[in-house]
Write a protein that binds this ligand. Structure first.
Ligand code: HEM
Ligand SMILES: *[C@@H]1O[C@H](CO)[C@@H](O)[C@H](O)[C@H]1NC(C)=O
Ligand SMILES: *[C@@H]1O[C@H](CO)[C@@H](O)[C@H](O)[C@H]1NC(C)=O
Length: 335
């Protein structure tokens, strides 16, 4: 009996070891600072300059790139799987429900990649470019700056199915959001801090319409939406069946292109946009997240430092490292 138990134990240890070799375990990744220090010394300058250009041309790009990083990391880890285009024989993640007609900034990543390939051919992964570009998106918009551990490699696969199942819906309640983030190794604090990325960028009417007209199903709007703000939003987002599904509203109408803690102030005054935003402050199951929201309302630098911590955690979800994956030459297709 004991022999069998020992045998099972060793098999378990062996399989766990194999799994850890396949992908680095969460939180203890092999990513490192200065990874391209000698192989591509101008990398970070190039990314920052191209991001500044892109933001100068369209300030929303900062938000779009930050979201791209989130949608990359949650699906198979931060491996640039989100960037792969569909072909006749390959289906990528761009057509997934949360991504289609919604994710933006692919052309910006292409422009950065082109300049990096000219400077240091076949050395820098697309996954690392997304990580650096989203750091710059935040810091160039007035948010915190931080150093990004690098060494991610690019996947040779993508998963439409996974993208459709793991990315959170804006209609999730707090309990479900918490378990969705926990499945990625992220805490309640990480959930609230990362949701603070909704301090910039825009969202479509289809995602917040229910709050404006008929949240409860008995004809009433969402009571956790300020009624004056509701009238403003109704202007750009007509009732179901009257069109306007893709009309845009600012996620943070007060400082729409600045990365700051205004998003949390908005939640406190019932001016969150998405259901998943306001629920972090207002719902019956939000006692934990509400405390975190209030702490960020009161302390912008606490928000910034928690946001950095959470971005580092999110950025180290299951990276491919070493000789896993590849360094794509074109971010849109495998070599
Ligand atoms: C907590 C769960 C989250 C949900 C349910 C959620 C949902 C959404 C939705 C529905 C939109 C609008 C999409 C559209 O209208 O096409 C959006 C936009 C955005 N999200 Fe999230 N999100 C979440 C977390 C995050 C995280 C963790 C980040 C980044 C760290 C992020 C960054 C953004 C940004 C910057 C935008 C605006 C993008 C743009 O203007 O192009 N979101 N999100
Ligand atoms: C949250 O949503 C889940 C799934 O729809 C549901 O089972 C649960 O009861 C909800 N929790 C609360 C507190 O509303
Ligand atoms: C509100 O929603 C309920 C349930 O979905 C629906 O039966 C009703 O017709 C809606 N009322 C209005 C005014 O849209």
């Amino acid at each position: 009996m004991k022999k069998i138990r020992d045998g099972l134990l060793w098999i378990t240890i062996f399989i766990t070891g194999l799994m850890m070799m396949k992908r680095c375990p969460r939180g203890d990744s092999a990513l490192q600072l200065g990874f391209y220090g000698t192989s591509c010394p101008n990398l970070e300058t190039i990314v920052a300059n191209r991001m500044q250009d892109a933001i100068n041309g369209d300030s929303r790009v900062a938000a779009s790139i930050t979201r791209l990083f989130f949608h990359d990391c949650f699906v198979q880890g931060c491996d640039a799987s989100v960037l792969l285009d569909d072909t006749s024989t390959f289906t990528g993640e761009k057509g997934a429900v949360p991504n289609v007609n919604s994710l933006r900034g692919f052309d910006v990543i292409d422009a950065i990649k082109a300049q990096i390939e000219a400077a240091c051919p076949a050395v820098v992964s697309c996954a690392d470019i997304i990580a650096l570009a989203s750091r710059d998106a935040v810091s160039l918009s007035g948010g915190p700056n931080w150093q990004v551990p690098l060494g991610r490699r690019d996947s040779r696969t993508a998963s439409l199915q996974l993208a459709n199942s793991v990315l959170p819906s804006p209609f999730f309640n707090v309990s479900v959001l918490l378990s969705n983030f926990a499945a990625q190794g992220l805490t309640a604090r990480d959930l609230v801090a990362l949701s603070g990325a909704h301090t910039f960028g825009q969202a479509r009417c289809r995602f917040f319409r229910a709050r404006l007209y008929n949240d409860t199903g008995n004809g009433d709007p969402d009571p956790t939406l300020n009624r004056y703000y509701r009238l403003v939003l109704q202007d750009g987002c007509p009732q179901q069946g009257e069109g306007g599904d893709d009309n845009l509203a600012m996620l943070d109408p007060y400082t729409p292109t600045t990365f700051d803690n205004r998003y949390f102030v908005n939640l406190r005054i019932l001016r969150g946009l998405l259901p998943s935003d306001q629920t972090l402050y207002s719902s019956t199951d939000s006692s934990t997240t509400q405390q975190v929201v209030l702490s960020y309302v009161n302390d912008n630098s606490l928000f910034f430092s928690d946001f950095v911590t959470a971005m580092l955690k999110m950025g180290s979800i299951n990276p491919l490292t070493g000789d896993q994956g590849e360094i794509r030459l074109n971010c849109r297709k495998i070599n």
